[in-house]
Design a protein around this ligand. Structure first.
Ligand code: MN
Ligand code: MN
Length: 332
């Protein structure tokens, strides 16, 4: 039997390769792994909600039942607080930054942006959901942390990743040395290296877009979609469409199989729907580290400097040649 490498071992090995590293980032990544295991456990019994109690009610243990996205948010923030490496969190679930006041958090070296539960409306119908996270390093740990410290381009991230709670639970992350994926073995409670050095195909067959919105999208997007729908000389289709409306799940499939995911501006969402800090930027770095590409249609996502914690952006991400083709229509 091949030796299993756990996430904890992998993180320790990576740290040893970098003599300057002090281990704080490794501890922070381990905090994320622990919180995601707790979220995994809770998500896997979500179908029992009618037995265990509805949201807003008290369950049999007399605890009030929380919406799972709030539950997930609490778990990650609690893990960061007790870890002490993180000074503040920008979360989808909180209007403002959450300043952590754990034992060492005041001088925590890192900031975390997080979508604690992505695709949460899919929980009710048993479709994969996720967590997306980005880690920034603070420039000055002696200052009181402010939200402006989050307003740096995505290319400044020091770690980024996601967890997909699917038919298996997987954690995929990068610190700038490629992308590695770990699958949770629930019998031993460990994430095990299952997808070392993930590379995304330069071109794929899948396009992922909410086509019901097509008539509210720009000419360029319409042209790209109709390009995807063209037949080849033998009257065979050239692409295939896949869209679950669960960003992490759609992204993860396309990363492994090759494809493009598009959430452009629409009339209803003139700035796009997805959020730069804790959805678009972390996945953009994963895509780039795996050989793919991410833009807003014209500009590289990792170059955009945010001015708001919950800023939205149009999003084109996936296989490089597909993103470039879409961009060429956008720029016509
Ligand atoms: Mn969410
Ligand atoms: Mn989300």
């Amino acid at each position: 039997m091949a030796k299993i490498k756990t996430l904890t071992e992998f993180i320790t090995d990576q740290q040893a390769l970098n003599p300057g590293a002090k281990g704080d980032l490794s501890r922070l990544l381990n905090d994320i792994a622990i919180a995601s295991k707790i979220v995994h456990r809770e998500i896997n019994k979500a179908g029992l909600v009618d037995i265990l109690g509805e949201v807003g009610q008290e369950n049999v243990q007399g605890e009030s039942v929380k919406k799972l996205d709030l539950y997930a948010n609490d778990q990650f923030i609690a893990a960061f607080k007790s870890g002490g490496e993180c000074a503040a969190v920008a979360s989808e679930e909180d209007e403002d930054i959450v300043i952590l006041d754990g034992l060492n958090s005041q001088n925590g070296k890192y900031l975390v942006s997080i979508d604690p539960l992505d695709g949460s409306s899919n929980i009710d119908v048993n479709i994969s959901v996720g967590t997306i996270f980005a880690v920034l390093q603070r420039k000055d740990t002696n200052k009181t942390v402010t939200k402006e410290e989050f307003f740096v381009a995505g290319k400044e991230q020091v770690a980024a990743g996601y967890v997909i709670y699917g038919s298996s639970t997987m954690l995929v992350y990068t610190t700038g040395n490629g992308v590695n994926g770990f699958t949770l073995d629930p019998s031993i409670g460990e994430f095990c290296l299952s997808h070392p050095n993930i590379q995304t195909p330069v071109i794929g067959e899948i396009y992922s877009i909410n086509e019901a919105n097509l008539n509210t999208m720009s000419k360029g997007v319409k042209k790209y979609v109709s390009f995807c729908q063209q037949l080849d000389d033998n009257k065979n289709r050239t692409h295939t469409a896949r869209f679950m409306g669960s960003l992490v799940a759609d992204f993860h499939r396309n990363l492994l199989k090759g494809g493009i995911y598009i959430y452009p501006k629409t009339t209803a969402a003139p700035l796009g729907r997805l959020r730069l800090l804790y959805e678009c930027a972390p996945l953009a770095w994963i895509a780039e580290e795996a050989g793919g590409k991410a833009t807003d249609g014209t500009q590289r996502i990792l170059d955009i400097v945010p001015t708001d914690l919950h800023q939205r952006t149009p999003y084109f991400i996936g296989s490089t040649q597909m993103v470039e083709k879409a961009e060429s229509y956008m720029n016509e």
